[in-house]
Every structure is written in C-alpha cells, then in structure tokens.
Design a protein around this ligand. Sequence first.
Ligand code: IMP
Ligand code: MG
Length: 176
Amino acid sequence: MFDRVLISKEEIDKKVKEISAQISKDYEGLNPVFICIMKGSMFFTADLLRYLTIPAQLDFMCVSSYGSSTESSGILKIKTDLASDIEGKHVIIVEDIIDSGNTLYNLKNLLATRNPASVKICAFLDKPDRRLREVAVDYVGYAIPDEFVVGYGLDYNEDFRTLPDVRILSRSVYEK
Ligand code: IMP
Ligand code: MG
C-alpha cells in the first residue's frame, strides 16, 4: 500500500512549530485571518494555529481541482465559500500541498478581488517539479519529490487522511 514514510510525526511537529514561529513574528500586530483549505489542510492548520503566539482569526473554504484521479483538472470548484468578509484583512491561505499550482493560483486571484490588505500562501508540502503555474509560496514546510503522498490530512479518494505521518502511496494503488 505505502512505499515508505516520507515525513515522520516528529519531523512534522518540528516543522510546524518553526513555520508558526515565523508567521507569529511576521504578523505581529496584524491580526491575520487564516483560511484553511478543506479538507486536506485541516490537520496542518489546527497544528499551525495552536503554536501561534499572536492573535489570529480562522475561516474555512472547501475547494477542489481534483476529481478522483491523481491529476489536477485546472478548474477551481468552490464547494463552500468563506463565512467572513476579508476586506481590509491580512489573509494567509493554508494548503496541504502545492502540486501543479492551479488551485492556489486561481484561489489567490479570487481572494484578491475581495480587497484584502494582503494575501500570502502557506503550504505544508511543495512538489516543485510538477508546477504548471507560477505561484509565490510564502511559507513552505517541505519540498518533496514527484510522488503521490497521503496522511496528515492528505487523501487518495478520501482515504488515508488520518495517518499521523506523510507516506508515499505505492503506484500500484493508482496505476491500474
Ligand atoms: P494543484 O492544484 O495541482 O496544485 O493541486 C493541489 C491539490 O491537489 C492539493 O490541495 C491536494 O488536495 C491535491 N494533491 C496534489 N498532490 C497530492 C498528493 O501527493 N497527495 C494528495 N493530494 C494531492
Ligand atoms: Mg487540498
């Protein structure tokens, strides 16, 4: 089922604390609003916000650019929009992983039309080799090789999100 554990629970925890400390420093006095992109980034967002040392707000958005395959369709579908107005706010989009870049490219452009004070991106994982769109990622946990990974919120057809670590899914699972 899995080739191997790519990032352990301990490594995840250490990295999340580092990113949280950096954001706490950068956003001092700005009361940022974190946008958790459901469902993949809910574990990462919860951990990240737990370690903040500054006040912050939280909202959710449910988007998808994936069907049931492992390839991005390039079209952003908004399933659930934000509950709050982000006008004048410092927004940090929190994503599980940036792959082709389609999701974050489209999402960042969409949110920018709502007149926030700023929009930055925080992604736990990055697959730079797969990028089709130029997207500035302001905070990144780990750059990883071009493999399909699951766990720590990341799924394959809704499975494996609850694994505590990040694992490489064997190609035999999805290359049939
Ligand atoms: P992008 O639009 O191609 O950048 O894809 C981003 C989205 O694809 C992420 O939010 C994930 O939901 C999904 N995704 C991309 N790569 C993986 C992976 O290796 N495992 C699980 N989900 C992935
Ligand atoms: Mg996602």
